[in-house]
Structure formats: C-alpha cells, structure tokens
Design a protein around this ligand. Structure first.
Ligand code: AR6
Length: 207
C-alpha cells in the first residue's frame, strides 16, 4: 500500500514499482538516506564514487545469499581480489564486525565493501557486532571518499538476525555518519524486510 509511504518531512520518488517506492529521508543538508526494494547487484550511481556492501563471511571467498549474488555478478576477479586480502588468522580475512574493500569488477558499481555481520544465535554480543559492521563500512567509505553507499540487510538472512532490531541498528548507525556521504541506501530484497525498514526509518528519523 503506497499510502504507507506518505510521510511528513521526507520526500519520495517513484522507484518504478507502484508498491515499493523509494523513500527518501534528509539526514543533514548534505546527506540523505533512501530505502528501496530490489536487487543490490543492479545498483550504481556513477560507477566512480559508489559502493555496495556485501554481507560476507569471515573467509571472504563467497557464499550464498547476497554474497553469492554479488560474486556471480562481479565475476571471478572479485574472488581473486578477496583471496588476496591478507588473513588476520587462519581462514579469516575479515573478522565479524570489520570491513574490507575491493573493486566492483563486472558490477556497475565501483567498489564492494565486504563486511561480516554476527550470526545471531552464536555471537555473544550480536548488537555490538552488527553496529560495528555498519560503522566500519561507513568509516571505510568515508576514508575512500565514497559518496554513495548501499547496504543490504546485513545478518538478516542466513545469519538469523531479527529484522526490527537489525533495522534499528542499521538506520541509527547510518544517521551517525550524516555529513560524510551524499546518499546511503538500503536495498532490501523482500517485502517483509522492506516494510520493517520503512517503519523504523519513520520512527527514528521523523520529528
Ligand atoms: N540484493 C539485496 N539483498 C539480497 C540479495 C540481493 N541480490 N540477495 C539476498 N538478499 P544473507 P547474512 C538479502 O543470507 O544473513 C552468505 O552465505 C536477503 O534476503 O545474504 O548476513 C555469506 O557468505 C537478506 O535479507 O546474509 C555468509 O556466510 C539479506 O540480503 C552468510 O550468508 C542478508 O541475507 C551471511 O548471512
């Protein structure tokens, strides 16, 4: 129901899907947040200062879910680049909560920021790890001058993170970095997660 999207201080644009508009929130005069439904592998803004975030695992050599989709779309060079990322310990290139950056290769976007969210039932402090994952992605984007950064719902698939709690952390952490990017996007793959993200963004960002 597109009426759900009609909210006070934010503007909206049509994402081409009547039921899933792109919601736009101004975080600061310089930075905005957009929430949309779709496939993150299709996303880019200018192919030079943009990045998609991959919800990877600590090995960083591919996997299922969004990780599998990103590696398929980027081509084998992405796996080669990931393989070259130094291990911090045996089999671990990116510890949970950290982030690493590679080129996007065949993807339309210039960079991929790989991060590892917590496995919800295994991590002792999943909220801390998830917040760190978002923070380290945004910190890396800032350091590299990336102006457009797009996230999937990190840990909300195979890693089992409850959507509402994940949305709270994701949106509040992106808002902390307002001023350092032009646009941060969430590109969400399923209706239920898109709905939760919208609800949370309205709750957190509307005054
Ligand atoms: N575009 C956007 N979102 C997507 C796409 C896509 N193309 N495909 C899936 N999603 P998951 P995790 C959503 O499981 O929970 C991998 O095997 C998906 O619907 O990809 O962090 C890694 O190698 C869900 O909402 O990541 C790790 O081992 C969200 O992306 C493990 O899974 C995240 O789901 C990471 O698990």
């Amino acid at each position: 129901n597109s009426n759900n999207c009609s909210i006070g201080a934010s503007t909206r644009s049509n994402g081409g899907d009547q039921n899933h508009e792109i919601l736009h929130f101004d975080l600061s005069p310089l930075s905005s947040l957009k929430i949309q439904k779709g496939d993150i592998t299709q996303w880019f803004v200018n192919g030079t200062s943009d990045a998609i975030v991959n919800a990877a695992n600590e090995k960083m050599l591919g996997g299922g879910g969004v990780d599998g989709a990103i590696h398929r779309a980027a081509g084998p060079q992405l796996r080669e680049a990931c393989y070259k990322v130094p291990e911090v310990r045996r089999g671990v290139r990116c510890p949970t909560g950290e982030a690493r950056i590679t080129p996007g290769f065949k993807l339309p976007v210039s960079h991929v920021i790989h991060t590892v969210g917590p496995i919800y039932d295994v991590d002792d402090h999943p909220a801390v790890s998830l917040r760190n994952a978002y923070r380290n992605c945004l910190g890396l984007a800032k350091e590299k001058g990336i102006q457009y950064v797009v996230f999937p719902a990190i840990s909300c698939g195979i890693y089992g993170y409850p959507f509402e709690e994940a949305a709270q952390i994701a949106i509040s952490t992106v808002a902390e970095f307002a001023g350092y990017f032009k646009e941060a996007h969430f590109v969400l793959f399923s209706d239920d997660i898109y709905d939760v993200w919208l609800q949370k963004a309205q709750e957190i960002l509307q005054v």
